[in-house]
Ligand binder design. Structure first.
Ligand code: 5GP
Length: 105
């Protein structure tokens, strides 16, 4: 079940963030508390609470755009950790799907 949160406001530009890429489907921002030199958050613009919700409910176009964006950001670095937290019990703090791409390289 999706409810409004900080990323909803960032996507609407009601709250500032460091935007590094944007298109019709996705927004990429710098994490406010980076765990490495590069710590990008890839967000779909539409509201999905987590990866499971997205994979079950997003259109093919949305899914293609999201994973294409992840590919493009992975191609910027040599090594990276990619993380999806799914649910509070797994450490998810913001209930809007985001992929973490974390890289010092
Ligand atoms: P989660 O634990 O939900 O997977 O990760 C949430 C991430 O969002 C954390 O790494 C946290 O630092 C980041 N974050 C939380 N609030 C903000 C914010 O207002 N702006 C940005 N850019 N990142 C945020």
């Amino acid at each position: 079940m999706y409810s409004e949160n900080i990323f909803t406001k960032i996507i609407k530009k009601a709250i500032n963030s460091e935007v590094v890429f944007e298109n019709e489907y996705v927004l990429v921002i710098n994490d406010i508390a980076p765990k490495a030199k590069n710590h990008w958050l890839i967000l779909p613009k539409n509201n999905y609470s987590d990866l499971k919700d997205f994979l079950n409910n997003a259109s093919e176009d949305e899914q293609l755009a999201f994973f294409d964006c992840i590919k493009n950001f992975l191609n910027k670095v040599e090594y990276a950790n990619v993380q999806f937290n799914i649910g509070e019990k797994a450490g998810q703090e913001v209930m809007h799907l985001h992929a973490h791409i974390i890289s010092d390289y």
